[in-house]
Design a protein around this ligand. Structure first.
Ligand code: GRG
Length: 314
């Protein structure tokens, strides 16, 4: 549609077709994951089967879609974004396989299907997680996959994602979460756990996209604040849905350790948790104001993350 044909009250941000966007982007991500994971025809047996089970059929692909959306805001080419978007998703898939193991959350189901350790056994599930984590770094350091990107930038992005996935981020947050099951945790500690366990990977997904688009320091600072708010909002939304039973209803999950988890609604109550979520959503959206309609996808994704937890009963 050209500008002159648009109705006077057309609002590009609120008219954004998120469902269509999610469908298109997740199909593109799925195709790329399929391509990357079948590069070596010999690598389809044994542990690769368990790795594929953790990746396909996938979940919502929110993290790689955030990489693509942040990259598109700064005009990054899709073929530059895709190996990094997929690496983030491979790390996410590994974290879910490991998290479901009896030693951690002890979940029998993931996305409504038997968890990887239920199908392949604990040893193979452990190795599948290790394989996916390693594959993420194999992919990002593959000269063919990252052709056309400045080598210094590639190295820097690998470094950033390693930090987000490791003991300063995902792994560290999961360790704090484990400790909190025994020791308990106040609100500040719960926020730190959420920021590391869930927020760090989401923030890295977004920043990697923006950096591949050559975002300026000022833009990157803005996008980083957007990503921080959104990462925390993502986990609080999940906590609220869990507390209401919605998340388990959708995903079919039932964790034996869930009752011991220190969640946001458990510490401050569901009303205050919803207030904090609404505040984080507004904060994240306000960071996108200067970009107007060009950030419609990032704005719609933030609203989408919070929508179900903010809707309905308290
Ligand atoms: C095992 C090192 C290690 C870390 C695990 C992220 C994590 C730490 C565990 C996952 C368990 C969990 C409930 C984390 C909270 C974040 C979250 C809501 C994950 C689910 O993300 P979605 O909804 O999943 O994007 P899909 O299924 O769509 O991919």
């Amino acid at each position: 549609m050209i500008e002159n044909d648009m109705p006077m009250n057309w609002d590009p941000i609120n008219s954004f077709d998120l469902n269509g966007y999610l469908q298109r982007q997740s199909s593109t991500v799925d195709r790329a994951l399929e391509r990357y994971l079948s590069r070596d025809p010999a690598a389809q047996q044994g542990v690769f089967q368990a790795m594929r089970y953790g990746v396909f059929p996938g979940g919502k692909r929110i993290r790689p879609i955030l990489t693509l959306a942040a990259g598109e805001l700064f005009n990054a080419p899709v073929d530059h974004l895709m190996p990094f978007a997929c690496a983030v998703e491979l790390i996410h898939a590994y974290s879910l396989i490991h998290d479901d193991l009896p030693a951690l959350d002890d979940d029998d189901l993931r996305r409504g299907e038997p968890a990887a350790h239920k199908v392949f056994g604990q040893g193979m599930a452990l190795l599948a997680g290790d394989g996916l984590l390693t594959e993420a770094f194999h992919l990002m350091s593959d000269g063919e996959a990252t052709r056309g990107i400045q080598p210094e930038l590639v190295l820097d992005l690998i470094h950033e994602l390693a930090q987000a996935a490791g003991a300063m981020g995902l792994v560290g947050g999961q360790a704090l979460d484990l400790e909190a099951e025994e020791k308990g945790a106040d609100l500040a500690t719960v926020e730190v756990i959420h920021v590391q366990k869930t927020g760090a990977l989401i923030l890295a997904a977004i920043r990697l996209g923006a950096r591949l688009g050559g975002a300026t320091e000022a833009d990157l600072a803005r996008i980083t604040r957007y990503g921080r708010y959104l990462g925390l909002a993502f986990q609080i939304a999940d906590d609220i849905l869990d507390a209401r039973g919605d998340a388990t209803a959708e995903q079919g999950e039932s964790s034996r350790k869930e009752q011991k988890k220190r969640t946001y609604p458990l510490v401050v109550g569901i009303v205050q948790a919803r207030e904090r979520l609404a505040e984080l959503l507004q904060l994240s959206l306000s960071e996108l104001d200067p970009y107007g309609a060009r950030a419609a996808a990032l704005a719609a994704l933030a609203r989408h993350v919070a929508a179900r937890a903010l809707a309905g009963h308290a």
